[in-house]
Design a protein around this ligand. Sequence first.
Ligand code: PGA
Length: 258
Amino acid sequence: MNRTPLVAGNWKMYKTIAEARQLVPELVRGLKEIQGVQKVICPPFTSLMSVKALLEGSGIHLGAQNLFWEKEGAYTGEVSPTMVAEVCEYVIIGHSERRIYFGETDETVNRKIKAALEVGLIPIFCVGETFDENEKGLTVSVVRRQVEAGLQGIELRQNGHGDVPLLVAYEPVWAIGTGKAASGEFANEVVREIIRPALASLFGEKIAGSIRVLYGGSVKASNAAEFFEQTEIDGALVGGASLKADEFIGIVCAAAVI
Ligand code: PGA
């Protein structure tokens, strides 16, 4: 199965517009020559438009970190799928920080994924078990439930290039922002044994085999290759290291040489 690797940077709640104006030109310069990897950056809402202008012609794609599922209405503080789609191609949905701090559930994540697909956005759908769940041996049941519930009632089709407009990011919560990444082997096993079979039961083998699955959680330039050499891992969702040009460029380079 030929899946084009993809590396996405999740800036979280970092970088003002002024700071983004420093970082993005460095990324554009450093990533220009790197072929064969799709590159996505996901800044906060406030800097999306500025970053979009800076990315023009660079081949780097833009993503948001969240959306609301309603089309429009009296929802103070929320941003609709259509609004996001006016500016971005990708959107991160169900990140563990949103589940933990903002009360997102499998059900709301499902509504958001449906809403994103409806307007042509490509969701980067995040799943992953917490430290406690991992310790208690619940990784299989938690990750399977998140995938099945998050994607329930969704139909996916391959486009003319065989691409499916959905990415899954396996992000064990205990590895996010902790400096303690999962091992490549462990992450690969979760994708092979849990995520792909769950995708296959929902969409059939062919589509499941075309969906790109990223690893996220303390990925940096020095450990990225360990993930990219795994057969089931098709790229990375990068938090902290995406805020530093040399680190992010190093990770994209590692994805290019697999
Ligand atoms: P991290 O975050 O790379 O800082 O661990 C990953 C993520 O939250 O997507």
